[in-house]
Design a protein around this ligand. Structure first.
Ligand code: 5AD
Ligand code: SF4
Length: 458
């Protein structure tokens, strides 16, 4: 791999691709969505324009995910379909990046030799250079193991004009036995607070009203920085500093790790006016045996302590969580413990996943204990029914109340409605007749489903 990296440095930049159209197709998490915005920014800097669809594009970047097995399956299906797309215009370029590219560079090449560039997650900023190289040398793979660059304020083109992601940390130092992230994204590295605050200010200057801080484990942010040798609560400090950014309306963050959640962070969330009263606390399982085998670093009891502390510290906090159903060795009794936490926790929303064995993770070697697919499916449905009922109850508590709504985009189904989020993160629809994208307004909630609210301006 080293040779291709060196090669990159010796290649002269070609004239930009003025007039060509690009499209970025994104799978997976917010981190990927944000990387895609940076890719779009680099392409536009190179003279390209955003195409309205894959069919219109000359250059297509597929940003891949590998967190669960079906993400891999989807990727190879998509790449299969794109062979025809590439054949339709010989000058088209197909680029593949993201976590699957980082993990399976050889496999991507083997299964889709028509791909022009395979690029890893650590060297995305080199994408235009690599695109230039393919003109001279043909298909190229550049996936480096070491982290070459942290996110910078390189140009980025956002999907939403008013709400933006801001990466504060990359990688993860934990070793949850089901998770492939540490092996594809590397160890935890924090960005300097001054870089983050400057980027937030630049975003606000370009019209952004809400930022979401991104990291795999945001509440351990900064412990690798050792600023002045101090052991300050960096994440809380960072929130406090960002709260001062003029004209910024709202700050969210995702995801914290329950084991690293500190009381002072919860207090800061409660006290800082711009920080949303919303906490995502990924539980994964309610069973202590399963939590131990997952290497999560907490028990059900410890988790509940933090959950109640969050509820006591932050008035009307909106809580969400992640659950993995069917981790190896999960019995009916273990699953019952998960249901118990879900019943007691009263989350606004639960993101549910069926366990998916990932290559290289410890859980992948627990094959003797894998749970039967039919059992996983039925547990998943049981959890889904239970939570849909709870979410509906939780969402109904807003009916008749006044909330601050930031309007982000047209609703997916119809132009007659715009949608955005209230402070707690609940998606809220409002008629597009009297309001517009970017408005940050007081609304009254008139209706609730388990998944969204409806509002009118007050
Ligand atoms: N199988 C199922 N779900 C997983 N997640 C991460 N790895 C796996 C896996 N191998 C889920 C976890 C995590 C969320 C982002 O994805 O719940 O919090
Ligand atoms: Fe994966 Fe665990 Fe790190 Fe989250 S904390 S990214 S689940 S290893």
């Amino acid at each position: 791999m080293k040779s291709t990296v060196e090669l990159t440095k010796t290649v002269k930049a070609k004239p930009s691709r003025n007039g060509l159209n690009y499209f970025v197709k994104t799978f997976g998490c917010q981190m990927n969505e944000h990387d895609s915005e940076r890719i779009a920014g680099l392409f536009e800097y190179d003279g390209m324009q955003k195409a309205s669809s894959v069919d219109e594009a000359d250059v297509l970047f597929v940003n891949t995910c590998t967190i669960r097995e079906n993400a891999d399956d989807k990727l190879y299906g998509t790449l299969g379909q794109l062979k025809k797309w590439k054949g339709e215009r010989p000058k088209r370029k197909l680029l593949v990046g993201g976590c699957a590219a980082q993990k399976d560079k050889e496999l991507v090449r083997q299964r889709a030799p028509w791909v022009d560039v395979v690029i890893g997650t650590h060297n995305l900023t080199n994408i235009v250079n690599l695109l230039n190289q393919t003109e001279d040398w043909g298909p190229i793979t550049e996936v480096i193991e070491e982290i070459q660059s942290l996110p910078t304020d390189a140009p980025s083109i956002r999907e939403s004009e008013v709400s933006a992601w801001l990466t504060i940390q990359i990688g993860c130092n934990n070793s949850c036995t089901f998770c492939i992230v540490p092996s594809v994204r590397g160890p935890e590295i924090s960005r300097r607070p001054s870089d983050i605050v400057n980027e937030a200010k630049a975003m606000v200057a370009s019209g952004v009203k809400e930022i979401t801080l991104l990291g795999q484990n945001v509440n351990s942010y900064g412990r690798d920085l050792k600023i002045n040798g101090s052991s300050k609560p960096y994440f809380t400090e960072l929130l406090t500093e960002l709260n001062e950014v003029e004209d910024l309306k709202r700050i969210r963050f995702t995801s914290p790790h329950p084991k690293d959640f500190k009381e002072h962070t919860l207090q800061a969330v409660n006290e800082l006016s711009k920080v949303s009263k919303q906490i995502h606390m990924p539980l994964q399982s309610g069973s202590n045996k399963i939590l131990r085998n997952m290497q999560r670093g907490y028990t059900q009891e410890k988790y509940m302590e933090k959950l109640y502390l969050a509820k006591e510290t932050i008035a009307d906090v909106s809580l969400t969580t992640d659950i993995i159903v069917g981790f190896p060795g999960e019995t009916d009794k273990d699953f019952e413990e998960t249901l118990k936490v879900i019943r007691e926790g009263k989350f606004d929303a639960v993101y549910m996943f069926k366990f998916s064995p990932r290559p290289g993770t410890k859980a992948n070697y627990m094959k003797d204990d894998f749970v039967e697919k039919a059992i996983i499916d039925s547990r998943f449905m049981e959890l889904k029914h239970l939570q849909t009922e709870i979410s509906h109850q939780r969402y109904k508590r807003f009916i008749g109340t006044q909330q601050d709504l930031l309007i982000e985009k047209y609703s997916k189904k119809t132009d007659e409605f715009l949608s955005g989020k209230i402070d707690g993160g609940q998606t809220t629809h409002i008629s597009s007749e009297t309001v517009q994208i970017g408005d940050y307004i007081k609304v009254k909630i008139t209706d609730a489903t388990p998944f969204a609210l409806t509002a009118v301006p007050v």
